[in-house]
Design a protein around this ligand. Structure first.
Ligand code: UN1
Length: 496
């Protein structure tokens, strides 16, 4: 089957990589299905893209924010029209099931409508001056050229979390999508172009992290980097970006705990656990990867959870009856396999799964069985390290305080959840769980775009997407207007 060839978008032109190199985008559910061929870009392409973004910034920063926002509104409407087509393409390129890729496109639509409203806000602050006949205010300014590096697990939603707030604030962008999923980001950028984004305001350069990504992080004219990916790569990005004093937003790993108290509705907790652990084949940074069970319900929960995990239908996500798609590539499968070995060697008990699937509907792809480990102790690596696959660890506890301690005993702090009918415990959990997100009676996944998204500890470096994105993509300017017609010296002329 022939496939389409895609190009970089630089200064409004669709161009191949300067080196002419390309890479194939392959369907992880069916390796015979080539989704497209994409440029493998390097520093030369990034330099051109940054040049284009720099030139466009001179004009874009002066377009009134409500006008910039109208383009985002139109983008949201176009995405609604294209939702089904884009969802199908996304399932082909990264494997998650259609219901979820529709959700991914919907998240970009939600973000467009949310951020479009921001065009008429971008509020600043006024405050009294300490001097008479002097006016003081703080206004938000764009940062300049921003570099966006995005992951494969939400290949349209996460680029939208970064692009839309950056654009409405008046920045120009160079985006480097994940090598496994350039198409969904191209679809998003094409839609922005169709909605009227001027040339050079958004540039897309596809390629590997160590060439295109690195060049973007190191480019002296890029003023901010927003990165979502692993903590290992994020640490490198932060250190390299510091050399040129960039603002950096890092959104990284998780080992998200769901606490199940014995006073809960067990059916509800089971539904949530199954969705949180195996939705997106466990490949969310918010995935429920630890389930902490209070002793009284641990046996019953475990038995029913494993029975349901075994029944999950695995296969090509384009088949609407499939519940769990493939992992995105062979190296992710390898990580899942490796952690199964680690967990077994640590003494955890494998209750189901643990293998790659190579038969029937799974014959031509990278599939891994939903995998459950019980008897997991907080010190084990399977309880502390991110797998990013369909592998979940069950731990037991006696009292609520102990569950909180276990939940907090790791290096990550993205999402947490508690199932309980006890309102006092729920409020204590909201206060005490060390994470950027806490759910009550819902699993650890399912964040909505207009709330702050991000985490503490090794999950992030303090920034937030969603509600916090405008803060990251703007810089404050203090403005003083003295209308006294004389020299007034702050801290001196008003002193007693
Ligand atoms: C991610 O896992 O990288 O909250 C993002 C959620 C989704 C976003 C996940 N809305 O699960």
């Amino acid at each position: 089957m022939s496939h389409l060839k895609y190009h970089n978008l630089i200064a409004g032109q669709w161009l191949p990589a300067a080196s002419g190199k390309t890479s194939l985008n392959v369907n992880p559910a069916d390796h015979a299905d080539i989704v497209g061929e994409f440029p493998s870009s390097g520093a030369e392409d990034v330099n051109r893209a940054v040049e284009a973004a720099k030139a466009a910034f001179r004009i874009w920063r002066l377009v009134p924010a409500p006008k910039r926002a109208e383009i985002l509104l139109r983008t949201g409407i176009l995405l609604q029209e294209r939702k089904e087509e884009f969802a199908r393409q996304m399932t082909r390129e990264m494997g998650k099931v259609l219901a979820e890729t529709r959700g991914d496109v919907q998240e970009a639509i939600d973000e467009a409508f949310y951020v479009a409203g921001e065009g008429r806000r971008l509020f600043g602050v006024t405050t009294p001056s300490e001097l008479q006949n002097k006016f003081a205010m703080s206004v938000r300014m764009p940062v300049g050229v921003v570099g966006l590096i995005t992951p494969w697990n939400f290949p349209m939603a996460i680029p939208s979390w970064k692009l839309f707030p950056a654009l409405v604030a008046g920045n120009t962008c160079v985006i480097k999508p994940a090598t496994d999923t350039p198409l969904s980001t191209y679809n998003l950028v094409q839609t922005l172009a169709d909605a009227g984004i001027p040339e050079g305001v958004i540039n897309i350069v596809s390629g590997g992290g160590s060439d295109a990504g690195q060049a973007l992080v190191e480019h002296p004219d890029v003023r901010a980097i927003s990165f979502t990916g692993s903590s290992a790569v994020g640490s490198h990005v932060g250190q390299r970006a510091a050399a040129t004093f960039k603002q950096v937003s890092l959104e990284m790993g998780g080992k998200n705990a769901m606490i199940v108290m014995q006073d809960t509705n067990l059916d509800l907790a089971l539904d949530g656990a199954l969705w949180g652990a195996f939705g997106t084949t466990g490949q969310r940074c918010t995935a429920t990867s630890r389930i902490l069970l209070q002793r009284g319900i641990a046996g019953a929960f475990t038995e029913r959870f494993v029975a349901r995990a075994k029944r999950l239908k695995i296969g090509n996500g384009l088949d609407e009856s499939v519940e769990v798609g493939p992992q995105v590539n062979a190296s992710q499968i390898e990580t899942s396999r490796k952690y199964v070995e680690i967990a077994k060697n640590e003494g955890a008990e494998l209750l189901c799964g643990g293998h790659t699937l190579t038969d029937g509907a799974c014959a031509n792809g990278t599939f891994f069985e939903p995998t459950v480990f019980a008897g997991v102790k907080p010190a084990m690596r399977i309880a502390r390290e991110e797998v990013f696959g369909p592998v979940v660890a069950l731990l037991e506890f006696d009292a609520f305080e102990q569950a909180v301690e276990i939940a907090n005993s790791i290096d990550y702090g993205l999402s947490t959840s508690i199932y309980t009918k006890n309102v006092n415990r729920a409020f204590a959990a909201m206060r005490d769980l060390e994470a950027g997100i806490t759910y009550i009676n819902a699993p650890t996944i399912g964040a909505e775009v207009h709330l702050p998204f991000g985490g503490v500890k090794q999950t992030g470096n303090g920034h937030r997407e969603g509600l916090g994105a405008i803060d990251f993509f703007t810089t404050w300017k203090a403005v003083y207007v003295d209308y006294s017609d004389k020299l007034q010296r702050a801290q001196i002329d008003n002193a007693e």
